[in-house]
Design a protein around this ligand. Structure first.
Ligand SMILES: Cc1cc2nc3c(=O)[nH]c(=O)nc-3n(C[C@H](O)[C@H](O)[C@H](O)COP(=O)(O)OP(=O)(O)OC[C@H]3O[C@@H](n4cnc5c(N)ncnc54)[C@H](O)[C@@H]3O)c2cc1C
Length: 350
């Protein structure tokens, strides 16, 4: 079998990369083993313009946030699904300092934040007021990934198996894997990239995160609610995603009892209405030391590329950088220098 681009992995990176290759009329094949513990199958899908205790505007927010809305809208229209919804964030200040930070940013004319006057005291325990963050979205990865997989299958563009990178042979400008010959191979293999022989030298900083899925009858699914825990509505009625933690040291990707117990306590403190836990998920985020993605082609093995390192922001960064990589492949458009792996030429040439 012959193809132009072999894409390894169909998380959110491989999904958008193959979508743009498809749209550009490039011949491609995706190989994916659909791991349950891939972060794209665990994420809340939140796309937000400001983040953290200090209410910092995220990197490239003005470009990437509107781009995400359009990209998910477009792929959703092709597949006949809703792939994204606007769900602004209600940020319940957990202490006076967070309220102060928020007010300071508001005074600096941050366009993404406002104070909220609505009373939520019948639903939540809070003492220091509420801010809103808008526009914020949830990408419906639980709907999108299987729908795109189905599209790939229907168009004979998917092989469902695990690729052993040791079986890949790079013969000058030709990539061979079993009976497949391709002009280029692009790894969208998430946290597995940390052990991928071509890219293991990149400064990955894998980071484990967990979430509980909970039903909360009586809580409107029109916002994301945040205090010490984030509650993000999922497409199913009454269902919310509750998370998360950031573990830099971990033995495996399995859920932990510590997170389970701590999250139940946080939910009991935050909510005044009953909830039921229906699932507990965990995954390893493909984060990077300097919190910027890895995209582009290997300096020595020039037929081998990567789209990875999305960290905590894969839902917003993946569509933007997948499009950029596709334009780079088809039209030589330069990659953003902050994301281009040519910044690690020395390390990758060892
Ligand atoms: C708890 C949690 C919450 C999160 N919440 C958010 C959020 O709200 N918003 C946000 O933007 N981001 C969030 N993230 C981060 C986001 O999930 C990641 O940045 C993103 O999913 C990474 O996508 P990816 O495609 O690079 O990797 P992955 O999701 O890991 O996908 C890799 C794919 O490649 C396949 N694969 C790997 N190796 C092989 C191989 N050798 N052969 C075949 N297939 C292979 C896997 O099966 C998988 O399908 C969250 C992460 C976690 C853990």
């Amino acid at each position: 079998m012959q193809t132009d681009i072999l894409v390894i992995g169909q998380g959110i990176c491989g999904t958008f990369l193959s979508y743009y290759l498809d749209k550009a009329g490039v011949d491609y094949l995706v190989i994916d083993d659909s791991r349950e513990d891939a972060p794209s199958r665990v994420a809340a899908g939140i796309i937000n313009p400001v983040t953290g205790r200090r209410v910092v505007t995220v990197w490239k927010a003005d470009e990437i946030i509107p781009y995400s809305w359009e990209a998910y809208g477009e792929i959703g229209a092709l597949l006949g699904i809703t792939a994204i919804s606007q769900k602004n964030i209600l940020d319940f200040f957990p202490n006076p300092f967070m309220r102060e930070s928020f007010l300071k940013k508001k005074a600096e004319d941050n366009p993404y934040i406002n104070l909220v006057e609505t009373d939520y005291s019948h639903l939540f325990n809070y003492e220091f007021g509420i801010g809103s963050i808008q526009p914020a979205y949830t990408a419906h990865l639980q709907t999108l990934l299987p729908a795109w997989r189905n599209y790939l299958q229907t168009h004979q563009r998917l092989l469902s198996e695990t690729v052993d990178p040791a079986q890949i042979v790079i013969d000058q400008d030709i990539v061979r894997y079993k009976d497949i010959r391709a002009k280029k191979i692009i790894f969208c293999d998430g946290a597995a990239g940390n052990e991928n022989p071509y890219f293991a030298n990149l400064p990955f900083a894998p980071n484990k995160g967990e979430a509980l899925l909970v039903t909360i009858p009586g809580l409107a699914q029109d916002h994301i609610y945040k205090k010490s825990i984030t509650l993000a509505p999922l497409p199913e009625p009454e269902l919310f995603w509750a998370g998360s933690n950031y573990l830099w040291e971990f033995e495996d990707s399995r859920p932990t009892s510590e997170f389970y117990e701590q999250t139940i306590q946080q939910l009991q403190h935050f909510l005044k209405i009953p909830f039921t836990v229906v699932d507990h998920l965990a995954a390893i985020r493909p984060a990077t030391v300097e919190r910027r993605p890895f995209t582009g082609f290997h300096p020595v093995h020039t037929a081998v590329g990567i789209l990875n390192g999305m960290g905590t922001k894969g839902c917003s960064l993946a569509p933007y950088f997948a499009k950029q990589l596709c334009d780079h492949i088809t039209g030589g458009v330069p990659l953003s220098p902050e994301a281009d792996i040519s910044r690690y030429t020395k390390v990758l040439s060892r």
